[in-house]
Design a protein around this ligand. Structure first.
Ligand SMILES: [Zn+2]
Ligand SMILES: [Zn+2]
Length: 250
C-alpha cells in the first residue's frame, strides 16, 4: 500500500487514480493532521474505497478522521462518506451543500460559500470558485497550512509514472498539455469563459489568501513556487478552449 504524501502544515495527499485509455486522472483526498485531530477533505471515489480507507487508517494510527469537509457532492468526491462514517465513530460532516438523497449527507453541517468557520481546531474559509461547473461547490482554504483545496479546478492528467508527483517534482512544472487535456475533457463550459476575467478572479483569490499549495482533487498538488506559472498555463489553456468554439452573438 502506498504511503500518504506529506505536503505542508500537516496536510497529506492521498492520491488515487483512474486509468483512462491514454492517461491517468487523479481522484484524490487530503488528510489534515491538526494538533488534536484529523480532518479529511473530500472522501474519494467508491472505486478506491478500500485503498483510501486503509491509507487513512495507516496515517492516523487506526483512529480515523474526526471530520470530513466536502467540496461538493459529486460521486468522485462524496462516494465514501458512509463507509468512513461506518468504520469510525462520530465523524462530523461539513458541506457547502448536499443532496439529501445521497446517503450519509443529510445530517451535514452546512457551510456558506464566502464564509469562514472552525471545524474542530482548524479554521477554514469557503471560497467561491471561478472554476466550477455547478453551484454549491466550495474551494476550501485551510488557514493552518495555507493550502487551498480547489475541487475540480486546477486539474491535469498525468502519465502512469507521475502518479506521486507534486509540481515540485517536475523539471518544468506540470506540463501544459496535461492541463489542457483535463480542462478540455472535463470543464467544457470553459469555452464560454473570458480568460481575462478568469485570470482576474484567480488573482483576487491569491491576493486574499496566503497560499502554500493549491491542492486539486484531479491533479498534482501545486506548490506556491510553481503556482504563478501553472496559473499562466491554465489561463492560456482556457483561452485556447474558448477560441476553439464560436460563441454565437446574442
Ligand atoms: Zn470532480
Ligand atoms: Zn496515476
Amino acid at each position: 500500500m502506498p504511503a500518504t504524501i506529506p505536503l505542508t502544515g500537516g496536510v497529506r495527499w492521498i492520491n488515487e487514480c483512474f486509468a483512462h485509455e491514454d492517461a491517468h486522472e487523479h481522484v484524490s483526498v487530503y488528510l489534515i493532521e491538526t494538533e488534536t485531530a484529523a480532518i479529511l477533505i473530500d472522501s474519494g471515489s467508491f472505486y478506491h474505497r478500500e485503498a483510501i480507507a486503509e491509507r487513512i487508517d495507516q496515517a492516523t494510527g487506526g483512529d480515523g478522521p474526526e471530520a470530513i469537509v466536502l467540496s461538493h457532492s459529486d460521486y468522485p468526491h462524496a462516494g465514501n462518506i458512509s463507509t468512513i462514517r461506518d468504520r469510525w465513530d462520530d465523524v462530523e460532516l461539513v458541506a457547502s451543500s448536499g443532496s439529501p438523497e445521497l446517503q450519509g449527507l443529510s445530517d451535514a453541517q452546512r457551510c456558506t460559500i464566502g464564509d469562514s468557520r472552525t471545524v474542530l481546531d482548524r479554521r477554514f474559509s469557503f471560497v467561491d470558485p471561478p472554476l466550477a461547473d455547478r453551484s454549491h461547490t466550495a474551494w476550501i482554504y485551510d488557514h493552518g497550512s495555507g493550502v487551498l483545496f480547489t475541487a475540480d479546478g486546477f486539474g491535469s492528467y498525468h502519465e502512469p509514472a507521475d502518479c506521486d508527483r507534486t509540481s515540485r517534482q517536475f523539471e518544468d512544472n506540470v506540463p501544459r498539455e496535461t492541463i489542457y487535456q483535463y480542462h478540455a475533457n472535463n470543464l467544457a463550459w470553459l469555452r464560454y469563459v473570458d480568460p481575462e476575467k478568469l485570470e482576474a478572479a484567480l488573482a483576487s483569490i491569491f491576493e486574499t489568501y496566503d497560499i502554500s499549495y493549491v491542492a486539486p482533487i484531479h491533479g498534482h498538488p501545486i506548490s506556491g513556487r510553481e503556482l504563478p506559472e501553472f496559473t499562466n498555463r491554465l489561463v492560456d489553456v482556457a483561452g485556447c478552449i474558448a477560441s476553439e468554439y464560436e460563441v454565437p452573438e446574442p
